[in-house]
Design a protein around this ligand. Structure first.
Ligand code: ACO
Length: 213
């Protein structure tokens, strides 16, 4: 397996990989029924292309140059977290809003920029491995190599909203720590009904961080 920075000529292939894997499999997308496998999603695709343009993302490719896994990394500034809700509410997809409201509310409460005196953070945003290549350590290696990129670009802080137990484990094994966590069964509507029924073994969202010396 070869690990490479994602260049513009592969952006469309990376988004195709994500729509076949991440869009359907990520625990919150799955719980919301956001899209069927291989189906596009306007807002998610937009987020992918914006993130790719930060030029910090990595892919793992096999000997045929097929994409086995990707890690989309982006830069996040304090105002991105403070202003995210404006953008979320522009979406007309209720399922998308359920997911992104939860992530944004959790980020607002965790207040990462209030905890650490940095102007920007390197965000580990979308970690995805093709079903045919899982369980071979690809995700772990993508995270490990992303830290090198973060250091090369002089980031002092990495963060991730890890939505499932495996991404949480992978990040922790790479030295990330929990800043804040939130149990999915506490995300309820005005009648106390859970807004997202997230499948076991995924029970909580964790905001993880790593300070880079
Ligand atoms: N069952 C049991 N253990 C698992 C599983 C699983 N399904 N997936 C990963 N692990 C464990 C591995 O055993 C390994 O543990 P070890 O280091 O103790 O041996 C560790 O997690 C690392 O596993 P990798 O092989 O590096 O993970 P993989 O390449 O299979 O990719 C991933 C894991 C990215 C979570 C993949 O299952 C996937 O694409 N899922 C759908 C998308 C998703 O949920 N992404 C994360 C969302 S959060 C975010 O993107 C910031």
């Amino acid at each position: 397996m070869e690990y490479k920075l994602i260049t513009e000529d592969r952006f469309d292939d990376v988004v195709a990989h994500l729509s076949t894997n991440f869009f359907a499999d990520e625990p919150l997308n799955k719980a919301a029924g956001l899209c069927r496998r291989g189906e596009g999603h306007r807002e998610l695709e937009q987020l992918c292309y914006e993130t790719l343009k930060d030029n910090l993302s990595l892919m793992a490719v096999n000997e045929n140059n097929d994409i086995a896994g990707v890690l989309l990394n982006g830069v996040v500034y304090p105002q991105d977290i403070l202003q995210a809700h404006e953008r979320i509410e522009l979406s007309d997809d209720e399922r998308f809003k359920k997911i992104f409201r939860l992530l944004n509310e959790h980020n607002l409460r965790a207040n990462i920029f209030g905890n650490f005196n940095v102007a920007r953070a390197f965000e580990v945003r979308m970690l995805s491995v093709d079903g045919r290549f899982r369980g071979q350590g690809i995700a772990k290696e993508l995270v490990r190599r992303s830290e090198t990129i973060a250091r090369d670009f002089e980031f002092k802080l990495m963060k991730a909203d890890a939505t499932g137990i495996f991404s949480q484990k992978i990040l922790k094994s790479n030295g990330f720590k929990v800043l804040s966590e939130f149990y999915y069964d506490k995300y309820t509507d005005e009648f106390g009904k859970p807004i997202l029924l997230v499948e076991a073994p995924h029970i909580k969202l964790q905001l993880l961080y790593k300070l880079l010396e």
